[in-house]
Design a protein around this ligand. Structure first.
Ligand SMILES: Nc1ccc([C@@H]2N[C@H](CO)[C@@H](O)[C@H]2O)cc1
Ligand SMILES: [Ca+2]
Length: 310
């Protein structure tokens, strides 16, 4: 079993990532931390507690609130896609569990330093603010983490302007710290996640699961799909769970090693993730970028996970 720490900003697709991790037997959620992004830190944290409730997540799994804003960038939310609550659409269950009293950054450090070397895989699906702060507060997490697989960025695709992706664009400095830390890190960017679309056939499989969680996911997809349809997408791409799927079954995602960095000073391109794919990168390259996902098999994992949840 792979033990993962989810750092997230639920967010419709973050919620599906949490449910996939909670339902799949191949991964165990060691901790959940939240970060400002899709909505305010208060809203995404309340949403994380609600999703944990929905999933019937073991109450001993700590959930802690993280950074209320990016390092330098002003807060920027995504209400067009996630609504005012951050999880618009279905009715949220009332959380019964309390937040861990630690800051999310501290919980990231304690979870990693309290586990064996190579035990924890870090799975950020929001801005990289918390992870950057954790690296600066306790640099030993870099050599202790098994790997980092984050949703963000893109090689040839953008969604926050033509050249950058939301998670990176709202905190590019944090992204540069995390990408450049030296640990094995895979960027699951829009090149891959724009392939992770919910077609009507896939939606029918999700609806056929018939659990409370799958019905909740249907409600999420109704809102999220309408938002994307309003921006010309026939089917909504569900970004964040592709990271968890890659932990479960790496063959689902095509990734290549490549030097990777973040533009921090561009007038038009600030927040752009720049991968150098011109030549094969040395085996020792710590950074990889995902370029594709096997969509049908990816959603089969999600359907199977949802059928194991309440
Ligand atoms: N248009 C839009 C869609 C999703 C997101 C969030 N940011 C990432 C995709 O850019 C995902 O983590 C998702 O939660 C932001 C904006
Ligand atoms: Ca997210």
């Amino acid at each position: 079993t792979r033990r993962i720490l989810l750092d997230c900003d639920p967010g419709h697709d973050d919620a599906i990532a949490i449910l996939l991790a909670a339902g799949d037997p191949g991964v165990e959620i060691a901790a959940i931390t939240t970060v400002s992004g899709n909505q305010s830190i208060e809203k995404v944290t309340r949403n994380a507690l609600a999703i944990a409730e929905l999933a019937g997540l073991d109450p001993t799994v700590p959930i802690a609130r993280g950074a209320h804003r990016p390092l330098l960038h002003e807060v920027e939310y995504a209400p067009e896609y996630h609504g005012e609550s951050g999880l618009d659409g279905p009715q949220l269950p009332e959380p019964t569990r309390a937040l861990d009293s630690r800051h999310g950054v501290q919980l990231i450090i304690d979870t990693i330093m309290g586990s064996e070397p190579g035990e924890i895989t870090l799975v950020p699906t929001g801005a990289l603010t918390n992870v950057a702060l954790a690296v600066r507060l306790e640099q030993r997490i870099v050599e202790r983490v098994r790997e980092v697989i984050f949703m963000g960025g893109g090689v040839h695709v953008g969604n926050h302007g033509p050249f950058s992706e939301f998670n990176i664009a709202i905190d590019p400095e944090a992204a540069q710290i995390v990408i450049g830390a030296g640990w094995p890190i895979t960027m699951v960017g829009l090149d891959a996640t724009h392939q992770a679309v919910v077609t009507p056939e896939i939606r029918a499989k999700l609806d056929a699961v018939g659990t409370r969680s799958s019905a909740f996911v249907g409600g999420l997809l109704d809102f999220y799909g309408a938002a994307y349809a309003g921006h010309g997408f026939a089917h909504p791409p569900v970004h964040d769970p592709v990271t968890v799927a890659m932990v479960i079954d790496p063959t689902l995602v095509r990734a290549v090693k490549a030097p990777l960095a973040v533009e921090l000073t561009g007038t038009l391109t600030k927040g752009m993730t720049v991968a150098d794919l011109r030549e094969p990168a040395p085996e020792s390259t710590p950074t990889s970028v995902a370029l594709g996902v096997e969509n049908e098999r990816f959603w089969d994992l999600v359907v199977a996970a949802l059928s194991r949840l309440p």
